[in-house]
Unconditional design. Structure first.
Length: 394
């Protein structure tokens, strides 16, 4: 009976947003959920998106169902954005999915049903939803060591040791293609080479989560990890999201991209991926994918998009620099220079759970319990105020 159902815990990240909204203080700052905020503290619709929506509004003639794998123009645009021309199109199957989350769920169910007894190895730490999604799909989850004991650099040797000693051929390995969530710590170019060779030699399936393309070193630069993996491995799955780089969070637009060794293996895999989709949501929503496809089919809109995205990327870098400089002004505060080497929206701050608690209650600064901070939620004008608050609780 429903009256015997227990209350579940709120989402560790999204739950904070609700608490933040309910906080009556005027001086407050939300550094929890991974959403980009501009200098005015808002998350406006990108100009290229508004223009594409205008075009769609004028030209759209039907709301009939999309194909199970989504809009063909969107799928081609995603393939090019991820892979360039490195892999022939007949070895690549792209499915438009509801967000990166939808892509991960489709990929996980595909692995659980078609590649059993595969397990998936995820980094420790990782985005908490990874474990939840994989388990819900019936895919056993294991972890590999990732973050060093200093909490802000990669323990590459430990990662390699775990992937060598604990995996069996046919297991999948989840890698953050760039801008690791929650740490901001990515492998170097040389380390990607070693990872790719290790995956190939041990017969492991690369599963790349690519939610932040364009937020690390640039659109092309951020694809280097995935492309390096595909220089050595002839099979992989990439789960990409356009929530962040097109600011389309609520439109739920992502893609599951499978690369196989042959065109026939690609076709068979696509047919099975479509079975997974049909039993989940039947076919994807149109609007978000149509926006991305419209922007990327129009050179002028593409140019605007790249400029807007680059603006966000560079501003996050600046915020990192300002925060580090601001903390240097605080007597006795620890050195935060490590933030400058990290990529994307997030960093592990080193704040303890108790300090996170005090930041919220005393200062109205909301941070995830692990101490992960969303740098993209900071603000130039309130930087001194933020640094004082952080120094106060440390
Ligand atoms: N993967 C990572 C690492 C993320 O941080 C996110 C963030 O939202 C996602 C996947 C899911 O993206 P989406 O919101 O498109 O489902
Ligand atoms: O890590 C983040 O903040 C983003 C957004 O259950 C997010 O990935 C957070 C929690 C969640 C879904 C999305």
């Amino acid at each position: 009976r429903f009256d015997s159902i227990a209350m579940a815990a709120p989402d560790a990240i999204l739950g904070i947003g609700e608490a933040f909204a309910a906080d009556p203080r005027s001086e407050k700052m939300n550094l929890s959920v991974g959403v980009y905020k501009d200098a005015a503290g808002t998350t406006p619709i990108m100009q290229c998106v508004k223009a594409a929506e205008q075009k769609i509004l004028e030209s759209e003639t039907t709301k009939s169902y999309l194909p199970i794998d989504g809009l063909p123009d969107y799928r081609n645009a995603v393939r090019e954005m991820l892979l360039g021309d490195q892999v022939p199109a007949d070895r690549v199957a792209v499915l438009q999915t509801p967000g990166g989350t939808g892509a991960l769920r489709v990929a996980a169910e595909f692995l659980a049903t078609q590649c059993s007894p595969t397990r998936v190895f995820v980094p420790n730490p990782t985005w908490a939803n990874h474990t939840a999604i994989m388990r819900a799909a019936g895919l056993p989850v294991e972890t590999y060591r990732y973050l060093g004991s200093d909490r802000h650099s990669l323990d590459f040797q430990a990662m390699v040791d775990d992937l060598t000693e604990n995996t069996r051929p046919g297991d999948a390995v989840l890698l953050h293609a760039c801008c690791h969530n929650p740490t901001g710590v990515d492998p170097t170019t040389d380390q990607w080479q070693e990872i790719a060779k290790l995956l190939a030699s041990r017969g492991l399936i690369p599963l790349l989560d690519f939610a932040y393309q364009g937020f690390g070193d640039g659109l092309e630069e951020d694809a280097a990890g995935l492309r390096t993996v595909l220089q050595h491995c002839d099979e992989a799955i990439a789960c990409s999201s356009y929530s962040k780089n097109f600011g389309l969070y609520s439109e739920r637009v992502g893609a599951a991209t499978l690369i196989a060794a042959t065109p026939s293996a690609t076709a068979a895999s696509l047919s099975q991926l479509k079975i997974v989709v049909r039993a989940n949501y039947s076919n994807p929503p149109r609007h978000g994918g149509a926006i991305v496809a419209t922007v990327l089919a129009d050179p002028e809109l593409t140019k605007i998009w790249k400029t807007e995205l680059e603006g966000k990327r560079l501003r996050i870098k600046q915020l990192r620099e300002q925060f580090v400089a601001g903390m240097k002004q605080q007597p006795g505060a620890p050195d935060f220079s490590f933030l400058l080497q990290q990529k994307g929206m997030f960093s592990f701050s080193g704040l303890s759970a108790m300090q996170v608690d005090e930041l919220r209650t005393k200062h109205g600064v909301y941070v995830v319990g692990s101490g992960r901070i969303n740098v993209a939620g900071m603000n130039e004008e309130k930087m001194d105020w933020l640094c004082q608050a952080v120094a106060d609780v440390m």
